[in-house]
Ligand binder design. Structure first.
Ligand SMILES: [Zn+2]
Length: 376
């Protein structure tokens, strides 16, 4: 009997060690330190930029740091001066998907998996972009997935099915979103929307300074944006959206998502995850510089959940050995990083719903006057 138990234990442990491990080379890029200004506490922000790394917890950031520049390297996300931690569970489950998670930032309430900006009873919840629209703000969403994907969609759509992309696309057209950039061309009837929206489909347009009288939808791929030279990066789309939003009306809200960090996690593909992270981190670099110049913008970075149960196991010469635990999301808490006026609010342990209220607090929402913005 004893021998049998030892045999079983050996089988289990050998199964475990035979799980897919992979070696990732330790990088040597030098840290590029950015200027980080001192914003005193209790300053009110005018503009909000919320950056989401889908499927990005501290383990993904750690592996990216090691792969890019080694253990002591400092990424751009590392240089954000305030760091906190966010819990991610959904309304009735330790597990969350992007829909339920993004609903928390958009509305301040938890909901069920697959639901977008409705509560567990399917009652519609007002999103932050709808709230800010009544205060004369403009809003934008950027994603490297489609613009109808769960994270951007939670900021303008209300549905119990995040996969009903055509309905979500239709809701985008009638929402207050001033600019939406990403993939998802196949979900739109382009001819129908040109009366209300300027539609751009080529990344070349992002390099130009364009004056548009209509709202903007940029659709750069049929569904999620494939990485290629002809397609825009998160960084390019985010900078274009910022240029468009920055001097309009009473202020702006921009959500920009590195969507495919999550997809690489589902595929347990570390090199792809790191490539996606690079674009995400360069986006943060430009946003830190934007905050330095603009001085009225609060930058917040967080994630919806961890994806893949990524573990960094040990060092093997100039490599680290990693292992994935699952092809799904996990309940590992995620980081929250912030910079700019009001950034000090984003410290310590918080729930994902708290981020919504902290944003409202940072812009002094309750004292903003009702007014509309004529964007023309
Ligand atoms: Zn996912």
């Amino acid at each position: 009997m004893k021998f049998f138990i030892i045999f079983i234990a050996l089988v289990i442990s050998s199964c475990d060690s035979s799980k897919n491990t992979e070696s990732i080379k330790i990088g040597s890029k030098e840290t590029e330190y950015l200027e980080i200004k001192n914003f005193s506490d209790n300053l009110k922000a005018k503009n909000i930029i919320l950056v989401i790394g889908d499927g990005l917890a501290l383990n993904q950031i750690t592996l990216s740091r090691i792969a890019i520049g080694g253990f002591d390297h400092r990424l751009f996300i590392d240089q954000l001066p305030y760091h906190g931690t966010s819990l991610t569970h959904s309304y009735d489950n330790v597990y969350t998907d992007s829909a339920a998670a993004a609903t928390t930032w958009a509305t301040g309430q938890k909901t069920k998996i697959k639901y977008l900006s409705i509560n567990h009873k399917k009652e519609e919840l007002r999103t932050i972009t709808e709230m800010l629209d009544t205060k004369g703000y403009v809003s934008g969403v950027v994603a490297t997935s489609s613009v109808t994907h769960a994270t951007p969609a939670a900021f303008y759509a209300h549905t119990d099915n995040r996969y009903d992309y055509k309905d979500i696309a239709n809701q985008l057209i009638y929402s207050p979103i001033e600019i939406a950039l990403g993939g998802g061309e196949k979900f739109f009837d382009i001819d129908k929307i040109t009366s209300t929206h300027h539609v751009i489909t080529s990344s070349e347009s992002l390099g130009k300074k364009l004056e548009f009288s209509k709202r903007i939808i940029g659709l750069f791929d049929k569904d999620g944006i494939e990485r290629s030279d002809k397609n825009p990066t998160q960084r390019q789309m985010t900078n274009f959206a910022l240029q468009h939003l920055k001097d309009k009306c009473n202020g702006f809200f921009l959500m920009t998502e590195g969507s495919q960090i999550d997809w690489a996690g589902h595929d347990n593909n570390a090199s792809e995850m790191i490539e996606e992270f690079r674009d995400f981190d360069l986006t943060i670099k430009d946003l830190i510089n934007f905050v330095n110049e603009n001085k009225e913008t609060l930058l917040i970075v967080t994630s919806d959940h961890e994806t893949g149960g990524l573990q960094i196991l040990r060092q093997n010469d100039d490599n680290v050995v990693i292992q994935w635990g699952t092809g799904r999301h996990t309940s590992i808490p995620v980081g929250v990083q912030a910079y700019g006026p009001g950034a000090e609010l984003f410290q310590g342990l918080m729930d994902n719903t708290d981020i919504h209220y902290k944003i409202l607090n940072a812009i002094d929402y309750k004292n903003l006057k009702n007014q509309s913005c004529n964007t023309e």
